[in-house]
Design a binder for this molecule. Structure first.
Ligand SMILES: NC(=O)c1ccc[n+]([C@@H]2O[C@H](COP(=O)([O-])OP(=O)(O)OC[C@H]3O[C@@H](n4cnc5c(N)ncnc54)[C@H](O)[C@@H]3O)[C@@H](O)[C@H]2O)c1
Ligand SMILES: O=C(O)C[C@H](O)C(=O)O
Length: 356
């Protein structure tokens, strides 16, 4: 390559990196940037985290910065993103990190994104249910999803904010109203239930959790969290006492953490791990990898309810296939009826929040 061609390319790369959105909160580092030869952007996907300065958002940002499938990472919050962005951006991995602060910067945060992960909203304190978060989080999710509909309508959305059983229907209604709804691209994140189930089942079996896969269906709250212990992979059996212990522990894993944190929040680190795992499966699906299957709370016809968590196959279009629940034992059939009863109310509450 001619030396002057390489110099021109370098200048172009620097100019591209110094576009307005990348400098919004970084004025003081501009001079130092101008001395850089180039800022290499790896090929890959563009990912935004909304709520990036929070308990989940920060470790999730760290994990997404480590993901080789991510080329650009946008960190948006209503507080503290300058510090989080400066910190994460020093990691020597390929993804270019940009920070965005407050509603006026939501457009820049979202434009061009392939995947939007939403952990924005308040967490539980001891004694609260996830539904107690509805009052505040419903409005936050509505506003952010209105932004997604406007600025990156084709992005895949991973919704973490609780109560997931209601916030996913809220997001669906926002997208329908905007005319951008694609049910395959809206995924409620229930991976933490699977991560917990794998961990607790592995403890009982005395094996490595990496070698265990427990399908968890239904929703993400109390009895709606339905682990299918009859379908554990690799196949195994449990005593009635083990089934009762495991079901209870998986359904109440969130509360276990809320109580242990004693008023300072809910699961953040294990959740960031679970969210990063789920986001990675979505990106691998977008990338065209085959056989990517995870549980997620999605629009579905697996039951008579409009939304249900089940195993889904992730592909270029998002949740491209939703698998039936498979054969359930009597204990699971009873659990399914309880789950559906509670889920119906939570879904309706989310839908009517937007349709009101
Ligand atoms: N789906 C799951 O499995 C799961 C697991 C754990 C927690 N959660 C939920 O995730 C949410 C976040 O939990 P956390 O522990 O990170 O809480 P947190 O309070 O530590 O962080 C939330 C962040 O959201 C930000 N935020 C608030 N309003 C916003 C807005 N309009 N736009 C952008 N950002 C905004 C806050 O500034 C804060 O930084 C809670 O609702 C919690 O219940 C879900
Ligand atoms: O329990 C919570 O409130 C947070 C989250 O939903 C969890 O399962 O840890």
């Amino acid at each position: 390559m001619e030396p002057n061609t390489e110099a021109l390319r370098r200048m172009a790369r620097i100019a591209a990196h110094l576009q307005p959105s990348s400098t919004q909160m970084e004025g003081s580092s501009l001079l130092r940037r101008e001395n850089c030869r180039a800022k290499g952007g790896a090929p890959g996907f563009k990912v935004a985290i909304l709520g990036a300065a929070g308990g989940i958002g920060q470790p999730l940002a760290l994990l997404m910065k480590m993901n080789p499938l991510v080329s650009v990472l946008h960190l948006y919050d209503v507080v503290n993103t300058p510090g989080v962005t400066a910190d994460i951006s020093h990691m020597d991995t390929g993804a270019v990190v940009r920070g965005f602060l407050g509603q006026p910067q939501l457009e820049s945060a979202l434009t061009g994104m392939d995947l939007v992960i939403i952990p924005a909203g308040i967490p539980r304190k001891p004694g609260m249910t996830r539904d107690d978060l509805f009052k505040i989080n419903a409005g936050i999710v509505q506003t952010l999803c209105e932004g997604v509909a406007k600025f990156c309508p084709h992005a895949i959305v991973n919704l973490i904010s609780n109560p997931v059983n209601s916030t996913v229907p809220i997001a669906a209604e926002v997208f329908k109203r905007a005319g951008t709804y694609d049910p395959k691209r809206l995924l409620g994140v229930t991976t933490l239930d699977v991560v917990r189930a794998n961990t607790f089942v592995a403890e009982v079996l005395g094996v490595n959790p990496k070698d265990v896969n427990v399908p968890v269906v239904g929703g993400h709250s109390g009895v709606t969290i339905l682990p299918l212990l009859s379908q554990v992979n690799p196949p195994c059996s449990f005593t009635p006492d083990e089934i009762s212990y495991l079901t209870d522990r998986i359904q109440n894993g969130g509360t276990e953490v809320v109580e242990a944190k004693a008023g300072t929040g809910s699961a953040t680190l294990s959740m960031a791990f679970a969210a990063a795992k789920f986001a990675d499966t979505c990106l691998r699906g977008l990338h065209g990898d085959a056989g990517i299957i995870e549980c997620s709370f999605v629009a579905s016809q697996v039951t008579e309810l409009p939304f249900f968590a089940a195993k889904v196959r992730l592909g270029r279009g998002g949740a491209e296939e939703i698998f039936p629940l498979g054969p359930l034992n009597e204990f699971e059939r009873v659990g399914l009826e309880k789950a559906k009863k509670e889920l119906a109310g939570s879904i309706e509450k989310g839908i009517s929040f937007i349709r009101k």
